[in-house]
Design a protein around this ligand. Structure first.
Ligand code: R5P
Length: 226
């Protein structure tokens, strides 16, 4: 599922968003190769004396933040000022997320933040969302969830692990379906439908969550306010 934009473009986007982090902030730390650049840049700022606390969105972002020296907290203890996160596709301010199977915790952290800055390279930007939508689902609900997705016109595919026999298991112990719907004309309506399926823990459509898109290229960054 992962797409391969250039690392220079991802770094430009991540570092651009990290510049918005101010002294005293609690920052949501997204997951993925683009958000990783923001985490490293925030770590460098902490090393230089900035007082920032992070709320990770996954095992991976927690590990990276620890390595980068960012003090961590959680939603029980703190309000989040700003979150920085990647996306698998962006169109019209809506996002598809979950290529790294982290979208459930990402959605909790990103929606809890006062502002969400999305960091992407040009391969992620589209006119209309048509990327398969990841669903995190309870293992016991696999068959009924698949049937419900098909009734909505989607084609669910169980995500399989690349270096393990069997499925991907999320940080929460659940399965992931990647659901192809073709072009998604009305992301809000599809999001509402997916949210009502029993057994779906979270879907990867993020509608009305992002505040800024930091689109990186090897030559610079375009910031789009939403
Ligand atoms: O589950 C993973 C996340 O939603 C990522 O933010 C998303 O897949 C983008 O990752 P990357 O920046 O590596 O393409």
């Amino acid at each position: 599922m992962k797409q391969g934009g250039s690392d220079d473009a991802k770094r430009a986007a991540g570092e651009s968003a990290a510049e918005a982090v101010e002294d005293g902030m609690v920052v949501g730390l997204g997951t993925g190769s683009t958000a990783a650049h923001a985490i490293r840049a925030i770590g460098a700022a902490v090393d230089a004396g900035l007082d920032v606390t992070g709320v990770p969105t996954s095992f991976q972002s927690r590990e990276l933040a620890r390595e980068a020296g960012i003090p961590l907290t959680d939603l029980d203890a703190a309000e989040i000022d700003l979150a920085i996160d990647g996306a698998d596709q962006v169109a019209g301010g809506c996002l598809v997320k979950g290529g790294g199977a982290a979208h459930a915790r990402e959605k909790i952290v990103d929606t809890a933040a006062d502002r969400l800055l999305v960091v992407v390279d040009p391969t992620k930007e589209a006119d209309v969302l048509d990327h398969p939508v990841p669903l995190e689902l309870l293992p016991a609900a696999r068959r009924p969830v698949a049937a419900a997705v098909e009734r909505l016109g989607g084609e669910p595919e169980l995500r399989r692990a690349e270096r393990k026999d069997g499925p991907v298991v999320t940080d929460n112990g659940n399965l992931v379906f990647d659901c192809a719907f073709g072009a998604i004309a009305d992301p809000a309506a599809l999001a509402a439908d997916l949210a009502t399926i029993p057994g779906v823990v979270e879907h990867g459509l993020f509608v009305d969550v992002a505040d800024e898109i930091h689109g990186g290229t090897a030559d610079g960054v375009t910031v789009t306010e939403l």
